[in-house]
Design a protein around this ligand. Structure first.
Ligand code: GDP
Length: 139
C-alpha cells in the first residue's frame, strides 16, 4: 500500500466546542503524520470555492455559511492509504449513521455540523491540498 497525503479540516463546530486536541489525538493514534497545518477563518467566497462541487445542492448556502462562521484548522495528513483510512476514522457524513468510535460519532452534532472534512479520492486530495497550501513545499 502506498503512502498518501490527504486534506482534513477540523470544522468550525468542533473548533468552537474545544475538540481540536481530541481530534488530533485520534489522528496521531491512527498513524497519521501532520505535514502541514493552518488555522483559518474562511471567507464565504473561499468556502464556496472549496465546496463548489456542491453548488447545486439545497444545503450549499447553509454549508458555506457554517464553514465561514468561525475558525477552522486545515491540515495535510500523511500515512499509508491515508485517503481511505481518514474516511474510516471520520465516520459517515451523518453522525446518526457513523460507526462507534469514529470522530463524527464522537463529536458531530448534525449532518452539516459534522466536525471534520476529509478528501474522498486521490484527485480531490491533490486539488484540496493545493487549494489551501498553494506552492508550499510540505515537510
Ligand atoms: P463528506 O465527504 O462526508 O464531508 O460529505 P459530502 O461531500 O457529501 O458533503 C460535504 C459536507 O456538506 C458534509 O460534510 C456536511 O457538512 C454537509 N452536508 C452533506 N449532506 C448534507 C445535507 O443533507 N444537509 C446539510 N445541511 N448539510 C449536508
Amino acid at each position: 500500500m502506498a503512502t498518501e497525503r490527504t486534506l482534513t479540516i477540523i470544522k468550525p463546530d468542533a473548533v468552537a466546542a474545544g475538540h481540536i486536541g481530541d481530534i488530533i489525538k485520534i489522528f496521531e493514534a491512527s498513524q497519521f503524520m501532520i505535514v502541514a497545518a493552518r488555522l483559518v477563518r474562511l471567507s464565504k467566497k473561499e468556502a464556496e470555492g472549496f465546496y463548489a462541487v456542491h453548488r447545486s445542492k439545497g444545503f450549499f448556502e447553509s454549508l458555506t455559511n457554517f464553514m465561514s462562521s468561525g475558525s477552522a484548522l486545515v491540515m495535510v495528513l500523511e500515512g499509508e492509504n491515508a485517503i481511505a483510512r481518514l474516511r474510516e476514522v471520520m465516520g459517515a457524513t451523518n453522525p446518526a449513521n457513523a460507526a462507534p468510535g469514529t470522530i463524527r460519532k464522537l463529536y458531530a452534532t448534525s449532518i452539516e455540523h459534522n466536525a471534520v472534512h476529509g478528501s474522498d479520492a486521490p484527485e480531490t486530495a491533490a486539488y484540496e491540498i493545493g487549494y489551501f497550501f498553494p506552492g508550499v513545499a510540505l515537510v
